[in-house]
Design a protein around this ligand. Structure first.
Ligand SMILES: [Zn+2]
Length: 406
């Protein structure tokens, strides 16, 4: 099952919020200042002369400086650095395949994955579109190795690498079902691994506790937000990626009406988690037996979209992931150049001394000309297609940019 983030169109036209917030920048040698940051998205690709709010943006329509651009505005402010540290740096440890399935680095992926209801094995991989392209799969679905007499899987699920328990959801009340999130700190990145659809969570697991690679987290299952899916499709949804904002709660509170459900998972709600392909990561782990380098994987990702932002604030995300900074922050930050992967994960942050966007708009989106990347970005709603065939920022990109400056 794909715990894809539900994308819901919105017509939120709340007034622009102007907020002052203190910003401490311990990690990158800038002492923060109170900042008012109000940003507008400028979509530079496409010329139909219309202006409209972009679905998913929390803001109101801003005046256009070029008649051909589409605009949406969003409020943005600096995030508190007080919750910057997600996990202690546990150093390079072992890698352990998270289930009993006998797997080596050479095992074909078809023998690892569990297909969705369509029966197509590729649906168990990261990035595949399900429901005729309507849903994006953000993890790797690992098939069961053993089942009991009732055909339920009995595979024990284990931590793939050492980390800290970030979140335990022992009650299935969302797309992930019962799930466990571990946080890890490596090479200047704070990232998570996530183990979902469990039939049981280990009773000893408590948020904040350290775990070693191979420690038991629970048992594979088929739990989801409803009554669970079929036994035949039981699997472990293994996901990994970056958590976007420590201020997620207030972002969600503004959007709760459109989401239609309270946030039951705090900062570890799927809307705050941006995954990348686990397959290269686990293959490297199987090959070396050690914790793979997510940073190396991120640096291999091609840039699909670049967002220029006029903002004097430093996202807490940057403090939590200093390895993604391409240059030291100048004393006075005027804005940012942020590169994103086709699946919406931020790849790099370049601090700029002067605001990069001129005119009344304060944000600009530049997109790849690579047609294949564009297509994938559309599936993930990082980009969206207009009626005239042009592309604009999609809901996923709008959400992640909004969250970064929350
Ligand atoms: Zn899955």
């Amino acid at each position: 099952m794909p715990p894809a983030k539900r994308i819901v169109a919105t017509d939120d036209r709340a007034p622009l919020r102007r907020r002052l917030r203190r910003n401490r920048l311990a990690a990158i040698c800038v002492v923060g200042a109170a900042v008012v940051a109000v940003a507008s998205l400028v979509f530079t690709n496409g010329c139909d002369g219309r202006k409209k709010t972009q679905a998913g943006a929390a803001g109101k329509v801003a005046a256009a400086s070029e008649p051909s651009s589409e605009f949406a505005s969003l409020s943005a402010s600096s995030a508190s650095a007080s919750t910057a540290s997600l996990a202690v740096d546990i150093g390079r440890g072992r890698f352990v395949w998270p289930t009993p399935l006998p797997v080596t680095a050479e095992t074909p992926w078809e023998k690892i994955v569990q297909a969705s209801a369509s029966g197509d094995p590729s649906t168990g991989l990261f990035g595949t579109a399900r429901n005729s392209g309507g849903r994006f799969h953000e993890g790797l679905d690992i098939r069961p190795h053993s089942r009991n007499r009732r055909r339920e899987p009995t595979d024990v699920v284990r931590a793939a690498i050492a980390g800290v328990v970030a979140h335990v959801a022992p009650t299935p009340n969302g797309a992930y079902g019962r799930y466990v999130v571990l946080s890890h700190s490596e090479e200047g990145l704070s990232f998570y691994t996530l183990y979902a659809h469990l039939s049981a969570v280990d009773s000893g697991l408590k948020a904040g506790a350290a775990v070693e690679a191979g420690d038991k987290l629970g048992v594979m299952g088929r739990s989801d937000g409803a009554g669970g899916f079929s036994k035949e499709r039981a699997h472990l949804h293994f996901e990994m990626g970056l958590r976007i904002s420590p201020n997620f709660g207030q972002w969600y509170a503004r959007k709760q009406k459109e989401f239609g459900a309270p946030n039951r998972h705090g900062l570890w709600n799927g809307y705050n988690l941006y995954g990348c392909d686990p397959l290269p990561f686990v293959r490297e782990g199987l090959r070396t037996g050690a914790t793979p380098s997510l940073l190396a994987q991120i640096r291999r990702e091609p840039t699909a979209v670049t967002v220029l932002v006029n903002s004097r604030s430093v996202p807490a995300f940057v403090l939590e992931n200093p390895a993604l900074l391409t240059a030291p922050a100048p004393k006075n930050i005027g804005g940012w150049k942020i590169d994103f992967a086709w699946h919406g994960m931020p790849l790099s942050f370049t601090p700029l001394g002067t605001p990069p966007v001129t005119g009344r708009a304060t944000m600009e989106v530049q997109m790849t000309r690579d047609a294949a990347l564009q297509r994938k970005a559309r599936v993930r709603r990082v980009l969206a297609q207009k009626r005239d065939g042009g592309l604009v920022a999609g809901e996923t990109l709008t959400n992640v940019v909004t969250l970064l400056f929350e």
